[in-house]
Design a protein around this ligand. Sequence first.
Ligand SMILES: C[S@@+](CC[C@H](N)C(=O)[O-])C[C@H]1O[C@@H](n2cnc3c(N)ncnc32)[C@H](O)[C@@H]1O
Length: 218
Amino acid sequence: MTEQVGNDYDAMAAGSGEAGEFSATYWEDRYRGHAAHGSRPPNPQLVSEAGDLVPGTALDAGCGEGADARWLASRGWRVTAVDVAPTALRRAREHAAAIGPDVASRIDWVAADLTTWAPPAEHFDLVSAHYVHPAGPHDTFVRRLAAAVAPGGTLLVVGHDPSDRHSAGHVTAGEVAAGLDGDRWDVVVAEVRSRHVAGHGGAEITLRDAVLRACRRP
Ligand SMILES: C[S@@+](CC[C@H](N)C(=O)[O-])C[C@H]1O[C@@H](n2cnc3c(N)ncnc32)[C@H](O)[C@@H]1O
């Protein structure tokens, strides 16, 4: 099946170099250089992995223009959505406001760098990060996110698997899992998933996601 609208940031990332180049300035320039996405759908791995969770508190780490945060909030989650790019956050806030107060009032937008920002410890029922390419070692980034998950909560990290020829900033599900303390976490999903999207120019391309879902032991 081909999604009508792919994650344009996948294509953005393609050809942009290695993860170290994904600075705050890089992302802000990217958003300024592209029109807003409007009502883009949530990421499919989020829908498939979080659709069965009871709504609680969620952290959307690297929220971009807020499609995932809006989807979570529309399902009753109370969302903290963090991004380093001011233009993305402004658009995200505007999109949520356009939906209405029910959704908008359930999202707190936070401008912060996830490599230094300290989320509240053991606080969120769900921490979700899709296609964030942090500077520095990925396991350090994962540990920071994992520390924010409440006992019994879920960590969902999705990245571009190295087998994805259309994206950059690669990471494997195993590398993500390596950031977790095996005594405290149960890995529920650690796999590569293909998805088909319309690339720039309209031709179908296949993206390969590295998906890590883990549950923090109570
Ligand atoms: C490829 S986009 C993905 C956006 C969104 N998660 C999605 O799937 O549509 C990566 C996002 O992560 C954000 N980001 C990258 N590094 C970050 C950091 N260190 N702190 C906060 N946000 C960051 C970027 O600004 C960008 O919005």
